[in-house]
Design a protein around this ligand. Structure first.
Ligand code: NAD
Length: 422
């Protein structure tokens, strides 16, 4: 529990899976195993800063489960990162990879740092020392990090290069798959950069198909305009949706007629945030949630859609592009109001799906075309949605419960066949 008597993020994540586990009478031993991370790695490592002083950083890598394949999950660099948050994010990865039928387990890593406070040279040294400190706890067939908040393809390029230099010469070329989300020149996949946002759009398209709604009839508010939020917004606008509001850590901007999100992206690249963008009006953050829109896409941090904010939302759909963006009481409130929620482990799975494609390309030393990546991404996202919708109809449960049930079916099947060691 937190100091305020509320569930911590990890407790909330475990409660989500227990809720679904209750519906299928999950065997207690599997509930027990999946309630805990398998390994928790904490490293403290020193870095010399530009002014000659030395600072010790604390990094985390939580390996939740690997019954389906190597641990897989992003690295987050953010001032609020702590062990509890990384534990929750790692658990969500296990259910996400199981849900979308990838041969991966779940993990997450993080560093409590604000990258904006450090020079590029300092960040390069931080990433190299973090990779060195993790050492053999990561590896292309063991645990494979990827980008998340505050990290990018540049971070992954440095990580891969450091890991390769730590490997014996005969293996340096074959360890490229130690991370995904690298830049294409360094062994990344075309389509990885925008994959999570594209997966969110495919989730929205699937929902439109189900409800017989046209994409170009929809208006949207997006919270978070980083990797996930900006790519989603640009793709959704291209598909005809009207993006009425966008918020990030610098402010909130709205335009009833629709924000030119391509221009907003250029503005954010130059100015670091949406604040002061000329093509829209600046409003208070709370107004984003009260906008007259059909769809809300939280794509920033967890616990952003609180019950107070949910009470002001008048639309019909929330697509959780971020991990854990809706508080448990807001989830209950929205579902009671008939608002549908596409849960995070389904909505934002596009990133890990294309990470899997990158890993396959690295293993086979081949490069797929954008069309191949895109077609296979859409197939995997829609197959998972089909299973979830089928489960919702069969069990009359929420999409979140259904997503966990589909994931649990796969995990339990493999546990039953392999047995529990020894
Ligand atoms: P990012 O660092 O690229 O962008 C984060 C965005 O959130 C920025 O626009 C930032 O300004 C905004 N933000 C931060 N604090 C905010 C606040 N208090 N209020 C409003 N906006 C705020 O991160 P990202 O990679 O886009 O990740 C966003 C979410 O998506 C996270 O929950 C992450 O775990 C999840 N996710 C990311 C990926 C991926 O491939 N990058 C994959 C799956 C899930």
């Amino acid at each position: 529990m937190t100091a305020g008597g509320q569930r911590s993020l990890h407790e909330a994540a475990v409660a989500q899976f227990h809720h679904a586990a209750d519906l299928i009478d999950l065997e207690p031993r599997y509930r027990e195993i999946l309630s805990y991370p398998k390994n928790e790695i904490i490293v403290n490592f020193p870095v010399t800063l530009d002014d000659g002083t030395l600072k010790v950083f604390t990094g985390y890598r939580i390996q939740h489960n690997n019954i389906l394949g190597p641990f897989k999950g992003g690295l987050r660099f953010h001032p609020d990162v702590d062990l509890d948050e990384v534990r929750a994010l790692a658990a969500w990865m296990t259910f996400k990879t199981a849900l979308v039928a990838l041969p991966f387990g779940g993990a997450k890593g993080g560093l409590t740092i604000d990258p904006a406070d450090y020079s590029e040279g300092e960040m390069r040294r931080v990433v190299r020392r973090f990779t060195h400190a993790l050492g053999s706890n990561i590896g292309p067939d063991h645990d494979i990090p990827a980008p998340d908040m505050g990290t990018s393809s540049q971070t992954m390029d440095w990580l891969m290069d450091t890991y390769a230099n730590m490997s014996s010469p005969g293996f340096r070329q074959s360890v490229k798959g130690v991370v995904t989300g690298k830049s294409v020149a360094v062994g990344g996949s075309v389509g990885r950069e925008e994959a999570t946002g594209r997966g969110v759009l495919y989730s929205l398209r699937h929902w439109c198909g189900e409800k017989d709604v046209r994409l170009d009839e929809l208006s949207i508010a997006v919270q978070g305009f980083g990797n996930v939020g900006s790519h989603f917004a640009v793709l959704a606008a291209e598909a005809g949706c009207v993006i009425r509001g966008v918020a990030d850590h610098t402010g909130t901007v709205v335009n009833e007629e629709g924000i030119d999100v391509e221009k907003l992206r250029v503005w954010v690249a130059e100015h670091g945030g949406v604040a002061d963008f000329a093509g829209a009006d600046a409003v208070d953050t709370e107004e984003l949630f009260a906008l007259d829109v059909d769809v809300l896409v939280p794509a920033a941090l967890e616990n952003q859609l609180t019950v107070e904010r949910a009470k002001t939302f008048s639309g019909r759909l929330v697509i959780e592009a971020a991990n854990g963006p809706t508080t448990p009481d807001a989830v209950d409130y929205l579902l009671n109001q008939g608002v549908e929620i596409v849960p995070d482990i389904l909505a934002n799975a596009g990133g890990v799906i294309v990470s899997y494609f990158e890993w396959l390309q690295n293993k086979s030393a081949r490069a797929w075309s954008f069309d191949d990546v895109d077609k296979r991404l859409r197939e995997l996202v829609w197959q998972a949605h089909d299973k979830v919708v089928h489960c919702v109809r069969e069990r009359d449960c929420s999409r979140r419960d259904a997503a966990y049930i589909v994931a649990l079916d796969r995990l339990v099947d493999v546990y039953n066949r392999r047995g529990i060691f020894p």
